[in-house]
Design a protein around this ligand. Structure first.
Ligand SMILES: NC(=O)c1ccc[n+]([C@@H]2O[C@H](COP(=O)([O-])OP(=O)(O)OC[C@H]3O[C@@H](n4cnc5c(N)ncnc54)[C@H](O)[C@@H]3O)[C@@H](O)[C@H]2O)c1
Length: 338
């Protein structure tokens, strides 16, 4: 494999490939050479590049992981696909309709395989909820509530590119994918309102929060909240609350303050969500790792990915509709025609 992007999440990918018996991580590329070199030294990666086209021309790899900022994905995917590489692409697939179109077309044309890393499908309580729903335990899903927020620190400190993205791309893509997966249905119409100003005052010109109502094609409804202004004193990086109610039952999920682990010291306390990413006896164990390992496994076995390319494309198209709705102040029908 080869890896494009040596940032926060690129390091996670590098760690996993370096520890995987079936993967030889041959090359890493980042526009910032020092970042790529640092990970190359840490994970024994032989080749370092600052130009992905040069890497694709010189390195003989089967697959490439694209782990660059949200808005940079389409041209990198196009070049990897044209070089006949299978691709693990970080979410979201693309932040424009044109970007989605280009990716769908190139994957078809080059006959390569692509998975978008919508990893909440591996989150144990959500995977269990999907199983229960499929088994008919709550009847037909009727309505859902899903809050998926980040601490403000993510927008102000962790991501240097927050204002070129949005909380909808960064976390909302998980919200939309999870809901369409659990309802086993596509979203037909959206109505969203957003708030601007809190982050702007801190020098990050992006929406603080989107509150959105979703209508599914078969009549289901959901209310979602995606915000980037949860106070930094919050004990967990994410604030997650979830409910789905069906014709015969209901499921609640609260992975924020699950009480699995409470940590206190003289400066404060933390409730880290040990389901996402953590280490047990030196081995990576969280669900955010499982999706990356799934890509490797399915490439090796030639089997379908849990996240189809269509589902990932549709997720981006729903988010574009949400943004349009918030901008125009009216409900918008999702346009899946690409
Ligand atoms: N940070 C997380 O917790 C997390 C979790 C899951 C998914 N993701 C996703 O992973 C992707 C990367 O996020 P991140 O947090 O690692 O960002 P980051 O800013 O920490 O790292 C991105 C890296 O990509 C490099 N880059 C940008 N354009 C490039 C190009 N054309 N060629 C080569 N390198 C290029 C940048 O120099 C930077 O080092 C995003 O799509 C994000 O949504 C992040």
């Amino acid at each position: 494999m080869a890896l494009i992007g040596a940032g926060v999440w690129g390091e996670t990918h590098a760690y996993l490939y370096n520890n995987h018996d079936d993967v030889n991580l041959q090359a890493i590329c980042d526009l910032q050479e020092d970042k790529a070199q640092k990970l190359a030294d840490k994970f024994n990666i032989e080749h370092v590049f600052t130009d992905h086209k040069k890497m694709l021309a010189e390195v003989n790899c089967d697959a490439v992981a694209v782990v660059t900022p949200d808005f940079t994905h389409p041209p990198l995917v196009l070049d990897c696909a044209e070089a006949q590489k299978d691709i693990l692409l970080e979410k979201p697939m693309a932040t424009t309709r044109k970007g989605v179109q280009k990716i769908i077309n190139v994957v078809k044309k080059q006959d390569i395989r692509l998975m978008v890393d919508l990893h909440n499908r591996w989150n144990p309580p959500f995977a269990e909820a999907r199983k229960k729903i499929k088994e008919g335990e709550i009847g037909k899903p009727v309505n859902a509530y899903f809050r998926l927020n980040d601490k403000m620190w993510v927008a102000t400190d962790m991501l240097s590119w927050a204002e070129e993205s949005s909380i909808l791309w960064f976390l909302g893509s998980h919200t939309i994918d999870t809901l369409q997966w659990l309802f086993d249905d596509k979203i037909d119409r959206v109505y969203s309102v957003s708030h601007h100003g809190v982050l702007d005052k801190k020098g990050v010109d992006t929406e603080d929060i989107y509150q959105t109502v979703l209508e599914f094609k078969q009549g289901g409804i959901a209310t979602i909240e995606n915000g980037w202004i949860t106070p930094d004193s919050h004990p967990n990086i994410n604030d997650i609350k979830f409910n789905i109610t069906g014709s015969q039952g209901m499921i609640n999920i609260d992975t924020t303050n699950n009480g699995l682990l409470e940590m206190y010291n003289q400066d404060g306390h933390e409730n880290p969500d040990t389901l996402v990413n953590h280490f047990v006896h030196g081995r990576a164990e969280g669900f955010a790792y499982k999706s990356i390992l799934h890509f490797v496994e399915k490439i090796k076995k030639g089997e379908d990915f849990l996240v189809s390319i269509k589902d990932a494309a549709d997720t981006s198209l729903v988010i574009l509709a949400i943004m349009e709705s918030a901008k125009k102040g009216k409900p918008i029908k999702v346009d899946y025609d690409i």
